[in-house]
Design a protein around this ligand. Structure first.
Ligand SMILES: *Cc1c(COP(=O)(O)O)cnc(C)c1O
Length: 482
């Protein structure tokens, strides 16, 4: 296909502007004025349109196909909620307007805090954190503030399993803590004996993703959280992927003290692409006194205003958080209702278990002792024996029209492939993905070069992914004439 530059033809104009009916004058200083031609392609309006539409489909995205990126919940989010968040009364409001003029926004925030507390089983909430990672940081600051208030400021250790998401150690380090790894046992769950050994007088918190990154629910969760409480520490739940628990189980009932949610995974904001997110934190009443400012309160006359907790640890960001994301979450929760939210979880789990069952025969699945939660982790060990790595299979999936799952994470599984179909995929799509994976496993046996040379059907072929992160121009530069 010709590039838009190759289609250019001199003096072809794709737009028709009205004639200038005001004096032609310029406020641009003469030395800054353009002297030669700008060098843009000269094409028709239709060619420009097709150029941009084609570009938009060269990148893979969830509106184009399934995106089973484990631990990241790349699900379809209804566009309807985007429209609601863009209602001018909500999106047009300036953060400095008087509270009375922001009554609607404050009411939504107040009610959303209440919903999130109910969903997680906690008493206090902050909608401020702009991402999951910032929510983790906020949670640790709440715990550290509490510890300081009871004269336990010396505590500086955060315990986490070897399967932890990368943001957990990063935020703990930012919160000035030292990370202590806790081993997983033969079932892929946290080893309570190892936790018991490591929890002690320096423990700030035990940070855990539940279900863990193997897609397994920690079956001894109450034992784990009590071990930490007995040592005077707190339990932090990384609730980024709450579509595994919604309406079924609550962190507050499992012995956790604080958690964050990723509204840009579970609650109707698309995840990825670096757009705005929100990682609200919910916590026990004990920790809530330290929440960042401002918080929304309801006054006696029923109106809402911004307030500050007496012992607030301060601010996390300017103003109130990414309100556009909050509106979408509010609308999503109100639309689905309690029963609908539970169905989200049921569908996420049944989809993951269906795929796992379809693939079991063709791939190794370590720690496969029963049903998984919203995701599961395959190992490419069997295929690696034939000289095909998990990375090759991930590339080959692109040829079949699917985004690759998360690969090489969690680190405790060799040649890992972490698959999260999410609740929004239908049976036909799950089957199509399973068929693609099964074909690839057969190719590994019969024609492995098809997999090791992949992808061949994508706009650019095999990239050096290390280099591609740093050098954003991934296509061959055009030659001089081009
Ligand atoms: C996505 C994710 C995070 C981090 O969320 P960000 O918004 O990207 O900072 C943390 N933990 C888990 C388990 C996640 O899946």
């Amino acid at each position: 296909m010709k590039t838009i530059f190759e289609m250019s033809s001199p003096d072809r104009i794709g737009s028709s502007l009205p004639l200038l009916d005001v004096p032609a004058s310029s406020s641009v200083p003469p030395n800054l004025e353009r002297s030669g031609k700008i060098g843009l392609p000269e094409v028709t309006e239709g060619q420009v349109m097709r150029h941009f539409v084609n570009l938009s489909t060269m990148n893979y995205h969830v509106d184009k196909g399934m995106y089973p990126l484990g631990s990241c919940t790349m699900k379809y989010n209804p566009k309807h909620f985007e429209n609601l968040a863009r209602l001018s009364g909500l999106s047009g409001i300036h953060p400095l307007v008087p509270e009375a003029m922001a009554a609607g926004t404050l009411e939504i925030m107040y009610k959303l805090e209440g919903f999130l507390c109910e969903i997680t089983g906690f008493e206090g909430a902050s909608l401020q954190p702009a991402a999951g990672a910032q929510g983790e940081f906020c949670g640790l600051m709440l715990i550290k503030s509490y510890l300081e208030s009871i004269g336990e400021k010396h505590r500086n250790e955060v315990l986490m399993p070897d399967s932890a998401h990368g943001t957990n150690p990063a935020t703990s380090t930012l919160a000035d803590c030292v990370i202590i790894g806790v081993k997983s046992n033969e079932f892929g769950e946290v080893d309570p004996d190892d936790l018991r050994e490591k929890a002690g007088p320096n423990t700030v918190a035990f940070m855990l993703t539940n279900p863990n990154t193997l897609g397994l629910f920690e079956s001894r969760i109450e034992e784990l959280t009590s071990i930490v409480h007995e040592a005077g520490g707190f339990n932090y739940m990384d609730g980024a992927n709450m579509n595994a628990l919604l309406g079924v189980a609550r962190p507050g009932d499992m012995g956790f003290d604080v958690c964050h949610l990723n509204l840009h995974k579970t609650f109707a904001t698309p995840h990825g692409g670096g757009g705005p997110g929100a990682g609200p934190v919910t916590c026990t009443a004990e920790l809530a006194q330290f929440l960042p400012e401002p918080v929304v309160i309801q006054n006696e006359d029923g109106s809402y205003s911004l307030s500050k907790k007496q012992n607030s640890f301060g601010r996390l960001l300017a103003f109130y958080g990414n309100t556009g994301v909050l509106y979408k979450a509010f609308a999503y929760i109100r639309t689905l209702g309690a029963a609908g939210l539970r169905e989200v979880t049921e569908n996420a789990l049944i989809n993951a278990n269906y795929l796992k069952a379809r693939l079991e025969e063709y791939f190794d699945i370590p720690f496969n002792n029963g049903p998984c939660m919203h995701e599961f982790v395959l190992s490419g060990d069997r295929q690696a024996e034939k000289g095909v790595k998990t990375l090759d299979m991930a590339k080959r999936l692109l040829d079949y029209g699917f985004h690759a799952p998360t690969v090489y994470f969690p680190l405790i599984v060799h040649e890992a492939m972490m698959i999260e179909p999410t609740e929004t995929e239908g049976l036909e799509d799950l089957d199509a993905f399973a068929e693609a994976m099964i074909s690839i496993s057969k190719e590994c046996d019969e024609k492995p070069y098809l997999v090791t040379d992949a992808p061949v059907n994508t706009p650019v072929l095999r990239l050096n992914e290390v280099q591609a992160v740093k050098e954003l121009c991934i296509v061959e530069p055009l030659d001089e004439e081009g």
